[in-house]
Design a protein around this ligand. Structure first.
Ligand SMILES: Cc1cc2nc3c(=O)[nH]c(=O)nc-3n(C[C@H](O)[C@H](O)[C@H](O)COP(=O)(O)O)c2cc1C
Length: 257
């Protein structure tokens, strides 16, 4: 099987998320070897879509921008399994992997169709019926709800029942060597998920439940996370108030991380 891993972490290999992805790949490869291609999107020349639609009109199927996307689309179309591996950023995907996704436009045909369920879409230019998709993502908060809603909805629209997910809140724990006991347990289940996926195309309910469990209870996690910044809410509010001179007003960021 041709496996393409799209690593959307801006810092490339140094990724909490990629640790889970590599454990999953170990599991997938435990019985049979596969052709695995890990692409660090951060190292690729992927420019932003210009929205000119030339890939639908003047040069069907080809983008006018000469960067790494032509080669990446070839790899994408050939892959049997595509693993989207990235951290959650502002309730969605990091910007460079979003640029990659936008630049996939040439893989669609220009005309629209209305499906039986009344939903409108563009057919694919390629036969991608052999493909399956896995989304692997970590995030900084301890909750999936209200955090992953938009991203999961987007991936379900794009890939429907061909999508399998590993969503791991409290992802920063993977960067703390002292917590290796806890995180290696999670990686054990990520590997098991890979083994099950290779054999049955899905994870068992038990494995899925284990991967959905928090590594630490929310209150313990929040305490640890806040302590790690060495800045607490009271001192931060005091600093902000000192700077703004508006004593007593709580300063809130639009994104609570
Ligand atoms: C710009 C930015 C935006 C982020 N947005 C969110 C967010 O919306 N929700 C969340 O829970 N964590 C958020 N995080 C935290 C990361 O998802 C988290 O640290 C993740 O484990 C990093 O994984 P990585 O090592 O694979 O990059 C954000 C981090 C950054 C730098």
């Amino acid at each position: 099987m041709n496996i393409l891993v799209l690593n959307g972490r801006p810092k490339g290999e140094r990724s909490n998320t990629l640790k889970i992805t590599k454990a999953f790949l170990d599991g997938v490869s435990s019985k049979q070897s596969h052709n695995i291609n890990i692409v660090n999107i951060s190292e690729k020349d992927v420019q932003h879509c210009r929205g000119c639609f030339a890939c639908w009109t003047k040069t069907p199927g080809k983008c006018v921008i000469k960067d790494d996307m032509g080669e990446l689309i070839e790899q994408y179309v050939r892959a049997d399994l595509i693993i989207w591996s990235f951290p959650l950023y502002c309730f969605g995907m990091p910007s460079k992997i979003k640029a990659f996704l936008d630049r996939m436009l040439p893989t669609n045909l220009p005309y629209m169709r209305i499906n039986e369920d009344g939903i409108c879409n563009h057919p694919s230019r390629y036969d991608l019926s052999h493909q399956r998709y896995v989304l692997i993502s970590t995030c900084g908060f301890c909750s999936v709800k209200n955090n992953y809603d938009a991203l999961l909805c987007q991936f379900e629209i794009m890939f429907g029942d061909k999508l399998t997910k590993i969503i791991c809140p409290e992802g920063e724990l993977f960067s703390i060597p002292q917590l290796g006991g806890k995180t290696s347990e999670y990686l054990y289940y990520a590997k098991l998920a890979g083994q099950e996926f290779a054999e049955y195309d899905r994870f068992s309910e038990h494995t899925q439940n284990k991967l959905s469990e928090l590594m630490y209870p929310p209150d313990v996690f929040v305490q640890m996370a806040n302590a790690s910044w060495k800045i607490n809410e009271a001192s931060e509010n005091k600093d902000q108030n000192d700077r703004s001179g508006i004593a007593g007003i709580v300063v809130c960021s639009p994104y609570p991380f």
